[in-house]
Ligand binder design. Structure first.
Ligand code: ASP
Length: 428
């Protein structure tokens, strides 16, 4: 990569990628604030980045996971699976608790007295049954799942397929062995190609970042400084605590450099922030974990897509904060038992939230349901909900950066626990 590019855009390609992304971020925010909603004309430039990332994500997951599963013993895979699952669940529960704590301190929504003037319409939510959700992990048609971008079914299929390849490659029959190895090579080669494409996509990222951030700031920037300022601030304090403190403590306990982690994870964090999609950020997350932080692909190819689908610490914090915002706004008091119910359902709801923009806001309805709050058109609750929906993009940026950082942290800890972490990346 290191060679200097020549030509009219040489200054662009020769500047450090992260610096360019940061410049895009800052310029985008400034443009959004200056031009307001009319900045939306640059939206297509942002959509190019999102579409490019989406284009690569399913092939990337499939190829890297097949390669990963065929190079790890199924028993080891099971161990990694249990570890990462426990980590994901515990940190999500901790995250909602943090959300509730900060909301109990700052009381966002208190004094809004919405119960008196309610106008907005609500949304109805039908919750899928838990068993159906589990069953849906087994794809009836893997090609269908692939084309519809369903991550969990593809993880399942890729794991089974990968294990199949390793069985065939280790067979007694030489011919079979050869075909197994050939198939492995094909997937391995394809995975490498995907990484090259990710690198190319990242070269475009600064421009996409500029456009995405400009549009959000243009549309919602002003609102966040108004009556919704406190809920935005409370949520962001929660996100910051989770990232800097909780993950920080994990790093310290595991004797891993604080700065090294955040330096290595920066590109993915910024991409998450602007795309508001954990799944969309996956290509960058996977690249950062392997290239910067020394996690072997056989682990990250499994734990990261899984995390992007089920581990949402930021969404869990948001749910705690917003549940309290809504109840405060309509003048309702929550008992400790109800707050405990929020913790439980928010963990489930965050698992159920897809890693796409806005998913958490829909799943918040499930959390509200669990404490007996339903959204009726014209009700005060609907008005409060509509208020936070109005700034969802801003809240979603913070949720997603936290979600993705949490996935990376879990992956790192599992790799460390499995003694698979390349420590040379941490001693520089
Ligand atoms: N946008 C979030 C994500 O992709 C999910 C959410 O809406 O909370 O991680």
């Amino acid at each position: 990569m290191g060679e200097k590019k020549k030509g009219i855009f040489s200054w662009y390609f020769n500047t450090n990628l992260l610096l360019r992304i940061l410049i895009g971020l800052v310029l985008g925010a400034i443009a959004g604030i200056i031009f307001g909603p009319s900045v939306a004309v640059v939206q297509p430039l942002g959509s190019i980045l999102v579409n490019l990332l989406k284009m690569i994500v399913m092939p990337l997951i499939l190829c890297t996971l097949v390669v990963g599963a065929s190079s790890v013993h199924p028993r080891e895979l099971g161990k990694i699976g249990v570890r990462i699952f426990v980590y994901y669940m515990l940190t999500s529960a901790l995250a909602v608790t943090i959300g509730l704590l900060v909301a109990n301190i700052f009381h966002p929504g208190a004094g809004l007295n919405l119960a008196a003037d309610a106008s907005a319409a609500g949304k109805a939510l039908s919750q899928p049954k838990f068993v159906d959700t589990l069953l849906a992990i087994i794809p009836k048609n893997p090609f269908g799942a692939l084309s519809q971008g369903q991550v969990l079914p593809i993880i399942f299929f890729a794991l089974v397929f990968g294990i199949g390849i390793s069985v065939v490659s280790n067979s007694e029959d030489e011919k079979l062995q050869e075909s197994g190895k050939a198939l492995f090579k094909v997937f391995n080669g394809a995975a490498e190609v995907m990484y090259v494409i990710v690198r190319w996509i990242l070269e475009y990222a600064p421009i996409g970042v500029f456009a995405l951030i400009a549009v959000v700031f243009g549309k919602q920037g002003a609102k966040a400084f108004g009556s919704l300022g406190l809920v935005t601030l409370t949520a962001y304090i929660g996100f910051a605590l989770q990232i800097a403190l909780v993950y920080g403590v994990f790093l310290i306990i595991n004797k891993l450099g604080y700065l090294t982690f955040f330096k290595g994870a920066r590109e993915a964090m910024i991409t998450a922030f602007v795309t508001r999609s954990s799944s969309g950020t996956l290509p960058v997350t996977m690249r950062n974990m392997t290239e910067n932080l020394g996690v072997p692909r056989k682990i990250s190819s499994f734990t990261l897509p899984l995390g992007a689908t089920i581990n949402m610490d930021g969404t869990a914090i948001y749910m705690g904060v917003c549940a309290l915002f809504i109840t405060n706004a309509v003048g309702m008091d929550l008992s400790l038992a109800q707050q405990f119910t929020i913790i439980l359902t928010a963990v489930l709801a965050s698992i159920g939230s897809a890693g796409i923009p806005g998913a958490g806001a829909i799943m918040l309805l499930m959390v509200l349901n669990s404490i007996g709050i339903t959204i009726e058109a014209g009700s005060a609750v609907a008005a409060a909900y509509a208020m936070i929906l109005g700034i969802d993009a801003l809240l979603d940026m913070g949720r997603t950066i936290t979600n993705v950082t949490g996935d990376m942290m879990g992956t790192l800890l599992v790799a460390k626990g499995e003694k698979e972490l390349d420590m040379s990346k941490w001693t520089k």
